[in-house]
Ligand binder design. Structure first.
Ligand code: BTN
Length: 332
């Protein structure tokens, strides 16, 4: 089995999906997919090997037991309501990092909106040189190629845009109180649900392209995380109580982010500053912020039009361009 599903298996899958819960005899599957019976059998076997749960009932035939959640390009593109994002999709079973793959594709000229996704990453990258835990089939490990005509100094705003799109997605789909933790995290009850890593190729004050890596913890159970992450990280499944469809989360995120991104390119962050503040997990709370070699404490006061964090210390209001924020627990 290669990295991609075969065209025959894709045809059979379409037929099985169309019939929903009705069993189909092999001759019907073969006829509807334009394959010989032999190839229809082979395709069912292939689909089962990919992880699709196909049930066989004697004298009645086959049916899909549940809509299995595998990230093939045709599954992602099916009913995806975007104009730019995900029009070109590259799916892998295992890569070191989708950001690395996307960077190479961008250098070779892949267009804006190209999506790279992998079921598993062996060297997933986080911010500040950290690694990103990316186990097989449990989350969404995604990179987008973006080519905004904005100066490199405005690129950081994209990470706030992506965090906002993710928080809105999780709130809309599951009603969970997902928030944006400035500058690049999506959190639930202060536990990390997703993170964004931007990598930039620029010349002087011209942005050539941006790779926007997004990691979303979707179907992990607590025990799936390494012990060191169990108190810091969470997933949609842990909070929602059941396994959810990664495809649904991915499509909803792409649709949301596209709307925000297109507006951001025209009008900057100003256009949705109000929403960013509404979804913030830190505003008006006491925080500690590390940036460069400095650490300050104060109140997370505001997020400005450029997406920078304003922190009110005893002395003044400090503008933070990039840094690491942690909440200070209220004193008794
Ligand atoms: C962070 O919060 O530290 C950022 C995490 C970003 C993880 C994603 S997963 C897909 C993409 N590929 C990577 O190697 N990293 C990003």
């Amino acid at each position: 089995m290669g990295d991609q599903i075969s065209a025959n298996a894709e045809k059979v899958l379409k037929v099985l999906k169309r019939s929903k819960s009705v069993f189909l005899p092999i001759r019907r599957i073969a006829a509807s997919s334009g394959l010989s019976r032999f190839n229809a059998y082979r395709s069912i076997y292939e689909l089962q090997n990919w992880g699709y749960e196909i049930e066989l009932k004697k004298e009645r035939g086959y049916r899909l037991r549940e809509i299995t959640d595998l990230l093939f390009p045709f599954e992602i593109k099916d009913n995806l309501r975007t104009k730019v994002l995900g029009q070109q999709v590259y799916v892998y079973q295992t890569v070191k990092s989708t950001n690395l793959v996307a960077y190479k594709l961008a250098e070779a000229g892949s267009p804006e909106g190209t999506l790279v996704i992998s079921e598993r990453q062996t060297a997933g990258k986080g911010r500040m040189g950290r690694s990103w835990f990316s186990p097989a089939r449990l989350g969404l490990w995604v990179s987008l190629i973006l080519r905004p005509t904005i100066p490199p100094s405005s690129v950081a705003g994209l990470s706030v845009c992506a965090g906002l799109a993710l928080a809105v997605t999780i709130q809309k789909l599951f009603g969970l109180e997902a928030k944006v933790k400035w500058p690049n995290d999506c959190v639930l009850e202060q536990r990390k649900l997703g993170g964004i890593l931007l990598e930039l190729s620029a010349e002087m004050d011209q942005t050539k392209f941006v790779i926007m890596g997004v990691g979303i913890n979707v179907n992990q159970r607590r025990g799936d995380f390494p012990a060191t992450l169990q108190d810091k990280a969470t997933s949609v499944r842990i909070e929602w109580g059941e396994r959810v469809s990664r495809l649904e989360v991915l499509k909803c995120f792409l649709e949301r982010f596209e709307k925000i991104y297109l507006l951001f390119k025209k009008r900057g962050l100003r256009a949705f500053r109000h929403e960013i503040k509404k979804y913030s997990s830190i505003l008006k709370k006491e925080v500690k912020v590390k940036f460069g070699h400095q650490t300050i404490t104060g109140m997370a006061w505001d997020i400005d039009d450029k997406g920078f964090l304003l922190v009110k210390t005893k002395e003044k209001i400090e503008t933070i361009v990039a840094g690491e924020v942690s909440l200070l627990l209220p004193r008794d």
